[in-house]
Ligand binder design. Structure first.
Ligand code: UDP
Ligand code: MN
Length: 265
């Protein structure tokens, strides 16, 4: 029947997307996200909401403590109960939603899946010795990462109700490393390495222009190189669209009202 969805095919309502941000970036970064990829997410108004674009106002929040701090919010509870995937992005990421859906569709949300880009070419060592040799991989937060529902449930002893902060303090590492520590070192679930997630730690200009729309996340800038952006031409000049996010958005969704349209005769 119309409106019903297949039991197995994944859609955007199955994905929880948390965006880490802080007050000082609300104007410079969130405005851009609110004009681009985040508006594509289905509205949750009047429906059982399963997908969220969540703006975090805290300093070092992650998807896990936020979900639990917001348990009063019916919408979040519903997603926590039913979402198949939990993804975490930074506020300088563009999420190419069709690619995200395609990628996640190739894995089972009931299995233990931790998907992201390793930030180093070798695993790191935890100060606090754990099972095995204490080394583990983690997905760089700046490129975004996703966790299956099956795995997220197993993480709760270390990642829920303030336990995440305790775990992070114990190993004295940033939040993305802490996620890797819980998953790889404590739960012994390996990071699935993907090259489709991108942070500004890499040279974004080197991404082949032809493949940009097939990537899952993009980013821009970095402390040393403000010109570290994906090389994509089209709707806007570098001056008009310094991050290239608007240009990418117009290539993906050319009917967006603010995208320049070819003159119709
Ligand atoms: N961030 C935060 N609190 C801060 C500084 C940064 O929550 O005090 C967030 C920021 O909004 C972004 C992420 O942390 O989502 C990474 O910050 P940024 O891009 O400035 O730094 P980098 O990517 O170089 O680590
Ligand atoms: Mn960043």
């Amino acid at each position: 029947s119309p409106g019903s969805r297949s039991k197995d095919s994944l859609d955007l309502r199955d994905i929880f997307i948390a965006v880490k941000t802080t007050r000082k970036y609300h104007k410079s970064r969130l405005q851009l996200l609110s004009q681009t990829w985040s508006i594509i997410l289905p509205s949750t108004r009047g429906k059982t909401p399963n997908t969220f674009f969540l703006i975090l106002l805290t300093m070092d929040a992650t998807i896990f403590n936020i979900i639990l701090n917001r348990l009063g919010n019916e919408a979040v509870v519903s997603c926590v109960l039913f979402c198949r995937w939990f993804c975490h992005m930074d506020d300088d990421n563009y999420v190419i939603l069709p690619s995200l859906l395609e990628l996640l569709s190739s894995y089972s949300h009931t299995q233990d899946v931790y998907l992201g880009r390793p930030s180093l070419d070798h695993p790191i060592e935890a100060a606090e010795r754990v099972k095995s040799d204490g080394s583990f991989w983690f997905a760089t937060g700046g490129a975004g990462f996703c966790i299956s529902r099956g795995l997220a449930l197993k993480m709760s002893p270390w990642a829920s109700l303030g336990n995440f902060i305790t775990t992070a303090e114990k190993i004295r590492l940033p939040d993305d490393c802490t996620v890797g520590y819980i998953i790889e070192a404590l739960l012994e679930v390996p990071l699935t390495h993907t090259g489709l997630f991108h942070s500004h730690l890499e040279n974004l200009q080197r991404l082949p222009t032809d493949n940009i729309l097939q990537q899952v996340t993009l980013s821009y800038g970095g402390f040393e190189n403000r010109r570290n952006v994906v090389s994509v031409g089209g709707a806007f000049s570098l001056a008009e669209d310094p991050t290239r996010f608007k240009t990418v958005h117009c290539l993906l969704y050319p009917d967006t009202e603010w995208c320049p349209h070819k003159t119709r005769h």
